[in-house]
Design a protein around this ligand. Structure first.
Ligand SMILES: Cc1ncc(COP(=O)(O)O)c(C=O)c1O
Length: 357
């Protein structure tokens, strides 16, 4: 753990419990970025000549990491941009089921277009609420976060499989920003049709990079109109025959930010996704028990079977200020204080937090 911590100087300065807001970047990644900039400084277009191969290697890495095919992965600057571009290509008037109080970039994208939206509530019966809403409203699309940003509620993946089995034509569009990187995941084996993600949180990649994955089997149902010369790889004759994923990459792609994503995925793989999954699972159980014993959780979070690496605990401005004054970094969200931790955190850090609660 000490070796791991030495790559993340932030962990020596703070009790950092704020990955749900911003993930850490490592010293190794900063070195790689510096080297990348130096190459651009010294070789300009000669260095840039390699960028297409590099972008394809990043695409392959994302596909491999997420268990997707390369022709299902677009590299986008962030989740919100990816989602908006995608749904511009979905015929208006469709019925869309959303979760009440889900992340605004998901809900607003649909609410601000001519879709017919309905909602399911997030509470202890989340999956039941979705099932009932689907039966009542017969939506064409269900769009949601895999993990809720406010309180870390995690949707049941087995439930999603059943939902898809009973409603094969229901398009499942998910946001993985608060989830991907926290445990093993395989897109091909999941029930999801679309999964988008900003990579600056749990994927530790810094800002300006993310991806959107769209299963090949549904690409013929979505018609994004976004286009640019890069979509055709700079070849005039390809204008009418673009790969689906290139619709989301109309212009020149940046190898510093997307390259950071590739480096982080290599780092996570080297650290071991099994190790990361297990560490996060243990930390989550530990935190849940400690917070529940202190009476700091909503009962419905205590009652749910599985939970993520994000918790919202009861606490006011004064407590938040006290934590801040003691170098404990977390966020105020909703009515409480959001605590989030990743594999680089420890039970000792959670104990330190609990001493102030
Ligand atoms: C669930 C969820 N999705 C997406 C984002 C970020 O999206 P973007 O990078 O497009 O602003 C956040 C950020 O807090 C989030 O919590």
């Amino acid at each position: 753990m000490e070796e791991l911590k030495s790559d993340f100087p932030v962990l020596h300065k703070y009790t950092y419990l704020n990955t749900a807001s911003s993930g850490l970047i490592s010293k190794s990644l900063v070195n790689w970025r510096h080297n990348h900039d130096m190459q651009f400084l010294t070789d300009a277009s000669v260095f840039r000549d390699q960028h297409k191969n590099h972008i394809e290697s990043i695409r392959s890495k994302v596909a491999h990491f997420c268990g997707a095919q390369t022709n299902e992965v677009s590299l986008v600057p962030n989740f919100s941009f990816g989602l908006n571009t995608l749904i511009e290509g979905i015929p208006e008037g469709q019925k869309v089921l959303l979760l009440d109080k889900d992340y605004p970039s998901i809900n607003w994208a649909f609410e601000n277009r001519d879709f017919n939206v309905c909602y399911a509530e997030i509470n202890v019966d989340l999956e039941k609420n979705i099932e009932v809403a689907v039966a009542e409203n017969q939506p064409d699309i269900f769009a949601f976060s895999l993990v809720q940003y406010l309180d870390g509620t995690k949707i049941d993946f087995e439930f999603l499989k059943k939902l898809k089995a009973y409603h094969p034509n229901l398009l499942l569009i998910a946001d993985g920003t608060q989830y991907l990187g926290t445990e093993n995941f395989n897109f091909s084996e999941s029930a999801l049709d679309v999964l988008g993600c900003s990579a600056y949180k749990w994927l530790l990649s810094g800002y300006g990079n993310g991806f959107l994955m769209v299963k090949e089997s549904i690409q013929n149902q979505i018609f994004p109109s976004t286009i640019g010369f890069n979509s055709a790889d700079g070849i005039y004759s390809k204008q009418d025959d673009l790969p689906f994923v290139k619709r989301f990459e109309p212009g020149h792609q940046d190898t510093l930010n997307y390259g950071s994503l590739e480096q982080s995925l290599l780092f996570l793989e080297k650290t071991g996704m099994d190790f990361i999954s297990e560490t996060n699972r243990k930390l989550s159980n530990y935190a849940k028990n400690r917070f529940a014993a202190l009476g700091l959780l909503d009962q419905y979070i205590v009652d749910r079977k599985e939970h993520s690496t994000i918790f919202n605990i009861k606490g006011d401005d004064a407590l938040f200020q006290k934590l801040k004054n003691n170098n404990i970094v977390c966020s105020q969200r909703g009515d409480g204080i959001r605590i989030s931790f990743h594999f680089y955190n420890t039970e000792e850090e959670l104990d330190r937090l609990c001493r102030f609660l």
